[in-house]
Design a protein around this ligand. Structure first.
Ligand code: ADP
Ligand code: MG
Ligand code: ZN
Length: 467
C-alpha cells in the first residue's frame, strides 16, 4: 500500500533593504551584537513604528515575480508570544490582509505549486549559546521578511527542492533578497502529512527552520517514513511542531502545534492602514527585470544546452553579463568561455554571486568573434582569456596581427614533417595501434606554431604524412 506525500512550505526570506521595517536601523549582517538597534525595533514603550516604503516595493516585486495578485488594502497585525529573542512580546506581521495572494511557481514538469500568500513581517533577534550561557542579539530584530506560503501541493522530495530552487532563483533575479540559506536570509518550514489516493488530508506536522536544501530533503524523507509507520502500526499522529536534528537526520517533537487563536492576533494599533494605488504597482512592474525562465528560453533559442543555460542563469550578475556579451558575440563560444576559463577563475558560490571580473563584456564578445571568424583558434582564445582575467587588459595586448594571420598550408605541412622527424617514438607507437600517440604529434605542431595551427587540420596532415 503506498501513501501520498503531502507537503506545503512556508519560506521566510529576508529582504535586502538597507534599513529595517519600522525604523532606520541598518539591516547589515555580521555587526557587533546589539549595535543595530533603537527603541522602535526593540518595541520600547512610547516608540512608534514608521513603515519603510522600500519593504512594500520589495514585497510587490516578489509578488509580481511569483504570479501573485497584489492586494491594494493592507494592514499589520500583532502575533503575540514571548521568547527571549523578542523583547516586544509580539511580532508585527500581516495576518488578515497580506500584501500578495494567489500566485504559483511552475515546475519543469508543468505542474504548478500554488502560493497561497506572501506577507510582510519582522524578524526576531537571535539567541547565541556559548560557554554555558545564552546571549541575546537583537540586531536581526525587525529586519524585514516576506513569508511565502504554498498550498499543500508538493508531492515529492524532488518537487520540494525544485520549488525552493525556483523561488530562490526568481527572488535573486528581482533582487529582493540574496536568499542565502547558510546565512539565514532564507529559511523554510516544512508541513507534511500523508494520505492514500482519494482520502482527505492527513494530520500534519511542521518541521521548523530548515537552513539548507539537503536538510530539508532529509527532514521530508524522515517525516514521511515516520507518518507511514505510525499509520501502519495504528499509532495516533498528532498535529505538532518538530525540530530537525542535523546529527542523525531525524526529527523530534518540540511542542504541540499552536492554532491561530493561541496567538491572539489583533490589528496593530500603531501602524497605518495602507492603501496601494494602481500607479504605485504599475511603476514597480515597469522596473521588473526579465525573469529567469524567460532568459533561459532565450539562451536555449540561441543554441545553448539546457545544462549550460541553467548554470549561467543561476547567478543574476553572471546572467546579466552574459546577456550583454551575447548582443555582439557568439553564444556557443561565449558559453564555453563562461563555464570554462571564467568560472575556473571564480570558484566559490559567493564569488560567482558577486561576479567581479576584470574583463568587460564587450572585450569578451570581441574575443569570441575572432575565434568564430577563424582568426584565432580555441586554444589561443583560452590562453588569452586566462591572461585577460588576471590583468584586466584587452585581448589586443596578447594577440598580435601576425597571430591572427593564421598559417598557410605549406607552413603547416613543414611543421607536421618536423614533428614527425623529431618524435620517432610517438610515430612508432601510433603505428603499433596506440591512438593516443597522435596527440603528442599534434601537440608538437601546436607548440611550433605557438598555438596558431588548427588542431583538426594538423591531425589530418599528420595522418596523411605517416600513412
Ligand atoms: P499555520 O499558519 O498554522 O502554519 P496554514 O494553514 O497557514 O497553517 O498552513 C501552513 C502550511 O501548511 C501551508 O504551506 C499549507 O499548505 C500546509 N498544510 C496545511 N495542511 C496540510 C496538510 N494536511 N498536510 C501538509 N501540509 C499542510
Ligand atoms: Mg506555520
Ligand atoms: Zn531600530
Amino acid at each position: 500500500m503506498t501513501y501520498n506525500l503531502v507537503c506545503g512550505l512556508e519560506t521566510h526570506v529576508e529582504l535586502s533593504t538597507k534599513t529595517k521595517i519600522f525604523c532606520s536601523c541598518p539591516t547589515a549582517f555580521g555587526s557587533d551584537p546589539n549595535t543595530n538597534v533603537c527603541p522602535k525595533c526593540l518595541g520600547e514603550p512610547g516608540s512608534l513604528p514608521l513603515v519603510n516604503m522600500a519593504t512594500f516595493i520589495y514585497a510587490i516585486k516578489a509578488g509580481l515575480a511569483l504570479n501573485c495578485k497584489i492586494n491594494q488594502e493592507v494592514s499589520f497585525d500583532r502575533k503575540n508570544y514571548t521568547y527571549p529573542d523578542l523583547p516586544k512580546a509580539y511580532q508585527t506581521t500581516q495576518f488578515i490582509q497580506p500584501i500578495c495572494t494567489n500566485g504559483y511557481i511552475k515546475l519543469n514538469s508543468g505542474k504548478k505549486i500554488r502560493i497561497n500568500r506572501i506577507h510582510l513581517e519582522e524578524d526576531a533577534g537571535k539567541l547565541i549559546h556559548s560557554g554555558g550561557n545564552t546571549y541575546i542579539d537583537c540586531n536581526r530584530g525587525a529586519v524585514p521578511l516576506i513569508e511565502i506560503v504554498t498550498e499543500p501541493d508538493i508531492s515529492s522530495i524532488e518537487e520540494a527542492r525544485e520549488y525552493l530552487e525556483k523561488l530562490q532563483l526568481n527572488l535573486r533575479h528581482v533582487q529582493v533578497s540574496d536568499c542565502k540559506m547558510e546565512e539565514g536570509s532564507m529559511r523554510c518550514d516544512v508541513n507534511l502529512s500523508v494520505n492514500r489516493p482519494g482520502e482527505p488530508l492527513g494530520v500534519r506536522s511542521e518541521i521548523k527552520n530548515m537552513n539548507s536544501l539537503s536538510f530539508m530533503e532529509k527532514a521530508i524523507a524522515y517525516e514521511y517514513e515516520r507518518h507511514v509507520t505510525a499509520i501502519k502500526n495504528n499509532e495516533p499522529l498528532v498535529q505538532e511542531t518538530r525540530r530537525f536534528n542535523e546529527a542523525d537526520g531525524s526529527t523530534s517533537a518540540m511542542r504541540d502545534k499552536e492554532d491561530a487563536n493561541d496567538y491572539r492576533y489583533f490589528k496593530d494599533p500603531d501602524s497605518p492602514y495602507i492603501i496601494i494605488d494602481d500607479i504605485f504597482i504599475e511603476d514597480i512592474a515597469k522596473t521588473m527585470p526579465m525573469l529567469p525562465e524567460k532568459i533561459k528560453n532565450n539562451y536555449l533559442e540561441m543554441g545553448l544546452s539546457e545544462q549550460d543555460a541553467d548554470l549561467i542563469i543561476k547567478y543574476k550578475k553572471v546572467s546579466d553579463y552574459f546577456s550583454s556579451a551575447l548582443v555582439t558575440g557568439d553564444p556557443k563560444i561565449l558559453s564555453t568561455y563562461m563555464l570554462g576559463e571564467i568560472f575556473r577563475s571564480i570558484e566559490t558560490e559567493s564569488q560567482k554571486e558577486d561576479f567581479n571580473i576584470l574583463v568587460p563584456y564587450a572585450e569578451l564578445a570581441e574575443l569570441s568573434n575572432l575565434q568564430k571568424e577563424g582568426k584565432i583558434n580555441a586554444q589561443m582564445a583560452k590562453k588569452t582569456l586566462a591572461e585577460m582575467l588576471k590583468s584586466g587588459k584587452s585581448w589586443k595586448e596578447y594577440i598580435s596581427k601576425s597571430d591572427m594571420e593564421g598559417i598557410d598550408e605549406g607552413t603547416l605541412i613543414a611543421m607536421c614533417k618536423t614533428a614527425i622527424t623529431e618524435n620517432p617514438m610517438a610515430v612508432a607507437d601510433f603505428k603499433a595501434g596506440k591512438d593516443k600517440a597522435l596527440k603528442a604529434l599534434i601537440g608538437a605542431v601546436m607548440r611550433q606554431s605557438r598555438g596558431k595551427a588548427n588542431a583538426v587540420q594538423a591531425e589530418q596532415t599528420i595522418l596523411d604524412l605517416i600513412k
